[in-house]
Design a protein around this ligand. Structure first.
Ligand code: ZN
Length: 566
């Protein structure tokens, strides 16, 4: 069992320290002047942040039950971690102090087994009583103009008063030490690293500044290959595919890697404008270089997730990835970007959430040079190891219940147009309408309508209207009464800002605002495929819709062949 085994000067367990006395606070069992001296020794000078940090450590520690074995969490790298390391046994190196840089001057000490603890944070509430401390905290004064003595004095007398203290519970996942596991040498830098980070070390994945300076600049993107005049190459095997492009007519490999040239080929090579070739007997060192076709084949295979497939063999260093089923295409955009940040490789894809048919292209990937440095190959494959980049999710044939809300339509004063609009849209996805009814703007009626739709077997209930700010708009209330959960209301899409999604029992709910009566394409058109693909709609996904979520309402609508929702 791990145990703090610190010398008595850095007590881990809480001691019954006296209440913090603002006139003469004792920090870690020592007087304020002694504490200042200790800070000078540890930190290099008596930094105000460490002094304030000392008071915060003291405030937190004396609120923990006596004898508690605690860990520490600082929410900034500035000064505060030093106060913790000086005054407790918790250090960054021994793992008992963690820093989660939120940029807040806050410190938590917590029971390392249960997570129960105390958070002390600098607040702005009482700062007006300590003008020098105020100006220092808000960084309003140049360091050279700082009245150091006055500042220290205000920290001594006011430090405890400007802090908020609260009992907190640290998340269970945060407790305990992260084990390193197996350590292996990195194939690129040869330095040992924990294997859990991937096939190469994190430094080589990210490119540390040292590497950028010392290693990048010397590494070339091409091995030194000897070019051979075509007339001397008869009877020898080619190293690479060769493409002939006839403008507007054809583009493809005329010569394949490994093909042995005969006398008749010379004429064609000359016609293609090739005077020199690379030959297979000039193979570069396999430990250092990976051939383009091998690169592309490996990338293609690793990128394909459910519903996608890499087409055949790599050709000319390139692989095409296609949809294996009809459905909704989804790319892991963050990792695609990381992949493309690696030198010498590329992958281009469609936009996420595009509807695709089986066989349609969704992405293409290739190596840029004929031989890719193995270092970049490993960098790129490490990114792909974490899971496929692309998938195509088939859409289910939904059983749709339509619930048109509106007292005016219910009474027949206004003719309903909504049921037809919704029906058209969902029928484009082969959905079956299992129920369709009109209910007045009364929450209980809407709730009852939902339940009837569920009873009819609906797995997707589309409600219309009643979602605006009007007092008579009660659709949401009605849905909540029917058991609406996981609901998201409001999204960054125009038109369709008042759209609602959620679930009632196992049925998906899509609340379509009245704007869908006037606008041909709205948020509904963006969300419907996602719902039919069985995607859980989360706040994050919704937030992403904002970029590209503005419909231009073109006179002639070309959706989905436009920027809306991309
Ligand atoms: Zn490395």
């Amino acid at each position: 069992m791990k145990k703090h085994t610190s010398p008595s000067t850095s007590p881990v367990a809480t001691s019954a320290s006296p209440e913090l006395d603002a006139t003469a606070p004792y920090i870690g069992g020592q007087s304020w002047p002694d504490f200042i001296e200790q800070v000078k020794l540890f930190h290099g000078y008596a930094a105000p942040g460490v002094l304030l940090g000392g008071i915060m450590v003291e405030l937190a520690r004396k609120r923990l039950p006596e004898g508690t074995l605690f860990d520490a969490l600082a929410e900034t790298y500035s000064c505060l971690p030093d106060a913790v390391q000086m005054l407790t046994a918790c250090t960054i190196g021994n793992g008992w102090l963690k820093v989660l840089d939120n940029g807040r001057y806050a410190l938590t000490l917590y029971d390392k087994y249960t997570g129960a603890g105390v958070r002390v944070a600098v607040r702005s509430d009482n700062l007006q009583n300590y003008p020098t401390l105020h100006d220092w905290l808000l960084n309003l004064v140049d360091k050279k103009d700082q009245d150091e003595n006055q500042l220290r004095e205000e920290i001594r007398t006011g430090g405890a008063k400007i802090c908020a203290i609260e009992a907190i519970q640290v998340d269970k996942n945060f407790l305990g030490k992260v084990r390193k596991g197996r350590v292996v040498p990195c194939p690129i830098c040869r330095e040992p690293y924990p294997l859990r980070d991937g096939a190469i070390c994190l430094g080589c994945q990210r490119g540390t500044p040292v590497e950028l300076i010392e290693r990048h600049s010397t590494s070339s993107l091409e091995p030194q290959l000897k070019k051979v005049p075509v007339d001397d190459a008869v009877g020898k095997a080619l190293l690479h595919d060769m493409t002939q492009i006839i403008p507007g007519r054809s583009k493809g490999p005329v010569f394949k890697a490994g093909q042995v040239l005969n006398a008749g080929d010379l004429c064609q090579l000359h016609l293609m404008g090739r005077e020199n070739v690379f030959l297979r007997d000039e193979l570069p060192d396999e430990k250092e270089w990976v051939h383009e076709n091998e690169v592309a084949a490996a990338f293609g295979k690793a990128m394909c997730g459910d519903g996608s497939t890499a087409d055949g063999e790599a050709r000319e260093g390139k692989v095409k990835i296609s949809a294996a089923v009809d459905g909704l295409f989804i790319a892991d955009e963050a990792r695609l970007e990381s992949f493309n940040a690696v030198p010498g490789v590329m992958c281009a894809s469609r936009h996420s959430y595009t509807l695709v048919k089986q066989g349609q292209a969704i992405a293409g990937t290739r190596a840029i040079p004929l031989y890719l440095p193995r270092k970049y190959y490993l960098q790129a494959t490490t990114i792909l190891e974490k899971g496929a980049l692309f998938k195509v999710l088939p859409l289910r044939k939904a059983k749709v219940g339509i619930l048109v809300t509106g007292t005016e339509v219910f009474r027949g004063l206004v003719e309903d147009k909504f049921a037809a609009i919704v029906t058209n849209k969902v029928k484009n996805f082969d959905a079956e309408i299992v129920s369709s009814e009109i209910v007045p703007d009364i929450a209980d009626e809407i709730s009852a309508g939902c339940k009837r739709a569920l009873a009819a077997g609906a797995d997707l209930i589309v409600t219309t209207a009643g979602l605006s700010v009007d007092p008579d708009d009660v659709t949401r209330k009605g849905l909540l009464a029917a058991g609406l959960k996981d609901d998201l209301f409001g999204m960054p899409v125009l038109p369709g800002a008042m759209t609602l999604t959620g679930k009632i029992a196992n049925a998906q709910i899509l609340g379509v605002p009245a704007c869908a009566l006037f606008h041909k394409i709205t948020a509904m058109d963006l969300l419907l495929p996602r719902l039919l693909a069985g995607l859980e709609i989360k706040r994050n996904d919704i937030a992403k819709l904002g970029h590209g979520g503005l419909c231009l309402e073109c006179e002639k609508c070309s959706f989905p062949h436009c920027g809306f929702g991309k």
